[in-house]
Ligand binder design. Structure first.
Ligand SMILES: Nc1ncnc2c1ncn2[C@@H]1O[C@H](COP(=O)(O)OP(=O)(O)O)[C@@H](O)[C@H]1O
Ligand SMILES: [Mg+2]
Length: 267
């Protein structure tokens, strides 16, 4: 099986993400303070802003790890706010973490294989009544995992423990895990942070190729070259709010954006 067999989000989903007036507080801190924007299907949207702006909190809220205090989040017109992470994931939204979270004691291949597709084998009656179907399903999953691992440039390390590979390779493992679910949209939290330039090129290439195949991305990144060259649109957050949104070159020239970076923590 090759990567060509992967269909972003299947045929029905477009990966459109709409965030409307999302609020999420931690005690007195409104980490996300009335955020509204959309990630258009088939596009790469960048999310930037100084440290502490609320970007990761917004990702956690969208992916169901935190939930929102108020506001609405829609994926392809379906409300996803209030859903737990596995439900959001199964609806076609996958995310990676700022700090990769692989299962360090398992191999790269095992980490990728762990992602639950609609697995026949998990339903006990299938194991009992249709062992052939389960074996076929397992073989299909293994082939898919291998194709994705190859696509992510990880074949050489697929038998190594995920805890023993470099931080950049761990980011690619996270991307591979996300791809196992055929997501319509992937949220990447600082894919370039702590990654050496050669591996960053690989990550960028993979994002571009997936995007050309129709996959939607929302990407938090501090690397301005990355944002400027990759993104169709950039959303800027500061102190929990969206302060600017537009084409990369327009946003970079925006006075309020420059001020937010100068006034905020170094980013
Ligand atoms: N789990 C948490 N508990 C309390 N405060 C948090 C938590 N997560 C984030 N915050 C606070 O929310 C604000 C936004 O943080 P974060 O979303 O991580 O920003 P960014 O990703 O833009 O750097 C910060 O003031 C941070 O201290
Ligand atoms: Mg963050």
């Amino acid at each position: 099986m090759s990567i060509d067999a992967l269909s972003p989000g299947g045929k029905r989903r477009s990966g459109r993400l709409d965030i409307r007036n999302a609020v999420r507080s931690f005690n007195a801190v409104r980490a996300v303070d009335g955020v509204s924007f959309s990630a258009e299907p088939g596009k790469i949207t960048g999310l930037i802003g100084p440290n502490g702006a609320g970007k990761t909190t917004l990702f956690n809220a969208v992916a169901g790890e935190l939930g929102v205090d108020s506001g609405e989040i829609r994926l392809d017109d379906q409300r996803i706010d209030g859903l737990p992470p596995h439900k959001v994931f199964s609806k076609g939204l996958a995310r990676t973490f700022q700090i990769p979270r692989p299962f360090g004691g398992m191999t790269v291949l095992e980490n990728v294989m762990l992602v639950p597709p609609a697995q026949l084998g998990e339903r006990f009656w299938n194991t009992w009544l249709r062992p052939g179907a389960v074996a076929r399903e397992e073989k299909k999953n293994l082939e898919k995992a291998r194709a994705i691992i190859e696509f992510c440039g990880l074949t050489k390390v697929e038998r190594q423990l995920a805890g023993a590979i470099s931080g950049g390779q761990q980011k690619l493992v996270e991307l591979a895990r996300a791809l196992m679910a055929d997501p319509a949209i992937i949220l990447l939290d600082e894919p370039g942070a702590g990654v050496n330039p050669a591996l960053l090129d690989t990550i960028v290439d993979r994002i571009v190729e997936l995007n050309q195949r129709g996959m939607t991305f929302l990407v938090i990144e501090h690397n301005m070259d990355f944002i400027m060259s990759l993104c169709d649109k950039v959303v800027v957050m500061a102190a929990g709010k969206v302060i600017a949104e537009g084409l990369p070159e327009d946003v970079r020239a925006d006075k309020s954006v420059v001020e937010a970076y100068l006034g905020g923590a170094a980013a």
